[in-house]
Every structure is written in C-alpha cells, then in structure tokens.
Design a protein around this ligand. Structure first.
Ligand SMILES: C[S@@+](CC[C@H](N)C(=O)[O-])C[C@H]1O[C@@H](n2cnc3c(N)ncnc32)[C@H](O)[C@@H]1O
Length: 341
C-alpha cells in the first residue's frame, strides 16, 4: 500500500489519543477537546472521560456523569479553523474554498502566501497542493507564525513536509526565497497587497495567478488600480461571496435570520510573459472614474487643496452624466397638460 498523504490517517478510523473531537449537545452547543488518556472533560453539568472516547468510532454518542448525551465527531477543517487559537483574523472557510478554486491551486503547485496570521488559509492551501507541492508562507510577526505552525501541527499531527514558514516582509523575503519566475500561485491576505506587486511579479511564472483577499472597498480599489498601472499583469477580476445558512425544521424551511454579511473581497490577476503589453481595454472608463483627487478623501489635489466628500459628484463613482437637454425635455414633459403627453 502507498504511504498516506500527510494528515490523512488523522481524518479516519476510531478516535485515538491526540485526536481533536467535537462534542455537540442536544441544543447544538459545541466543545472541541483533544483526547488525552486519563483526562476528563468537565462542564457545569458533569464530565466525560476521554478514555470513553479513545477507541470509539467517529460519529458516536457519549454520556457524561449526569447522563447528558453528546455527539462526538472529528472536526472538519472548516470546524477546526473556526475554533483554533487565533492571533490574527482568519480567512473564513467560504473564502478559503473560493481561493482554492478560483486561484486554481493544484496538487504539486508551488505557492507563496503572505501573511500567515493564524494559519487557517495555509492549511487549506497545504491540503490542496499535497505533499508533492510547496507552500512558502511569509509572515512579518514571529508570534503569529508560531501560533499558525502550532495550529497546523495540531491539525495534521506533524509538521507538513510541503510547508516552509519564513519570517519577514514579503517584499524583502520573497526575492530571497525563490528564483525568478518559479512560483505558480501567490495568495496575499494583508493590509497593503499593492506594496508587494513588484516582488510578486518577480516570483510568479508567466500565466501564474495572484489572488488577494482584502476587507474593504478602498483596499480593493487601490490594489486593482495598482495592478493595472504595473503593466505586468492581466486585467484584474474581483468579487465577493455571501453564504446564507438555511433553517431546516418541518415546514419552516427558510434562510437563517443571521449571516456573516461581509468577510472580504477577492481579486485575481495573472502574470503576463516578460515584455508583453496587455491588450488595450476596449471598454472606456466612465468619465471621472480615475480622478483620484476627488475619490480619495485623504489625498491632496494638484492645487494643494484636499477635496472633501461634499465635492464628490456622481461621475466620480462612474455614474453617467445626464445632459441638460434631456433634463429640459423631461421637465417640459412633466409640466405639460395631460392631453399633450
Ligand atoms: C489577516 S492576517 C492573515 C490571516 C491568515 N490568512 C489566516 O487565514 O489565518 C494578515 C497577516 O499579514 C501579515 N502581514 C501584513 N503585511 C505583511 C507583509 N508585507 N509581509 C508579510 N506579512 C504581512 C500580518 O502580520 C498578519 O499576520
């Protein structure tokens, strides 16, 4: 039999010491525990012996000392990332899924990621590239990187062989970490991805994908414009995804009342071959779309005057201007007696 991919043996079979187990009570409350022989899990309503779970099949039920019943299951990766210790905010599973698919992360790929944060996205990337791939994750903060490494080790059961974590700023670290044009995919989850475009362009192979995850529309706009201005990338595409849970109870089958309305935006682009100029955009931008002095509240216009939001006009947001002639015609139409209409 061939050797199992890293972590696969921890995803199947009866519960073993060291496994994480998610306990769910009748009200849907969840607790995640790590199985340690001889240890007990206490709540205010009694306790469970870990030894009662070690050796039991995944998907079993267990009773505590006051007969409260819990369903015991191995957490999925999506459960695990939401309950693991966090230094920085994590990429939610819905966005990690989008990143894996839309950035075309494939088995054996050479991927660069920054920052690492708590390691949530790193784990999805590692699973997608597999043991034959290579993930270089760059993180400025050593303390965050330590948390991420511990989280991934706890999930995979060992240090993943495809993973290298480097401490530093991506702009300085990436050119030291990889030869030019050797990386298949780059994933950036950080405040200012536009600062990293030169380093990413150096590292990516022609045709390679850059995907950025940003939290605000201002970041999205900045990274899109800087990708275009760089000249070494294809026209970017951006989107967001919203996932709405559904309540399933008898005839009450409806969307849940609450949802995560916003997590972040994704934007992708691809590295052009060296010396290639992207085809000119045939769609003309709407008048005013590129007047930075007006759309950026904190930037100063050529005349040294900072424009505030009261100076903004519809054209600054891509609205089509309405001609004075059209307005006059409409006003005449609405003021004319009914029989003339
Ligand atoms: C939101 S967190 C990343 C979360 C991570 N993707 C996850 O799913 O757990 C952003 C991280 O980027 C790091 N960071 C920001 N700019 C960076 C840069 N230029 N180079 C390396 N790391 C950077 C920050 O220290 C922070 O830990």
């Amino acid at each position: 039999m061939t050797e199992q991919p890293t972590g696969a043996d921890r995803r199947r079979g009866p519960f073993r010491a060291g496994d994480h187990v998610q306990l769910t009570d009748a009200k849907g409350r969840m607790h995640t525990i790590e199985l340690v022989p001889g240890k007990q899990f206490h709540t205010h309503r009694g306790h469970i012996k870990h030894d009662d779970l070690i050796g039991a099949p995944d998907g079993t039920t267990v009773r505590n000392t006051t007969s409260v019943e819990y369903l015991a299951m191995r957490p999925l990766l999506s459960d695990y990332v939401m309950s693991m210790p966090r230094g920085a905010a994590v990429v939610y599973p819905k966005d990690a899924g989008q990143i894996i698919t839309m950035a075309d992360i494939f088995p054996g790929a050479a991927v660069v990621e920054a920052g690492v944060g708590s390691g949530a996205l790193s784990m999805s990337l590692l699973r997608a590239i597999g043991d034959q791939g290579r993930l270089i994750s760059i993180e400025r903060r050593e303390d965050f990187a330590d948390i991420a490494k511990a989280n991934a080790r706890a999930f995979f059961g060992e240090d993943h062989p495809a993973w290298q974590v480097r401490i530093g700023d991506l702009q300085e670290e990436l050119p030291l970490a990889v030869p030019e044009g050797s990386v298949d995919r780059v994933v950036l989850d950080m405040l200012a991805p536009w600062e990293c475009l030169d380093a990413v362009n150096y590292a990516l192979a022609p045709g390679g994908v850059l995907i950025c995850y940003v939290a605000t529309a201002t970041q999205l706009s900045r990274v899109a414009e800087d990708i275009r201005a760089h000249g070494g990338f294809s026209e970017p595409a951006a989107w967001e995804s919203m996932v709405r849970d559904w309540h399933l109870e008898g005839l009450a089958v409806r969307p849940a009342h609450r949802m995560h309305g916003h997590t972040g935006f994704l934007i992708t682009t691809r590295r052009l071959a060296p010396g290639v100029t992207p085809p000119r955009r045939t769609r003309r931008p709407a008048k005013g779309s590129y007047d930075e002095t007006q759309v950026s509240a904190d930037e100063t216009a050529d005349d040294g005057v900072t424009k505030d939001t009261s100076d903004w006009e519809g054209a600054d947001f891509g609205e089509r201007p309405v001609s004075e002639k059209k307005i006059r015609r409409l006003r005449r139409a609405i003021s004319a007696p009914p029989d003339e209409n």
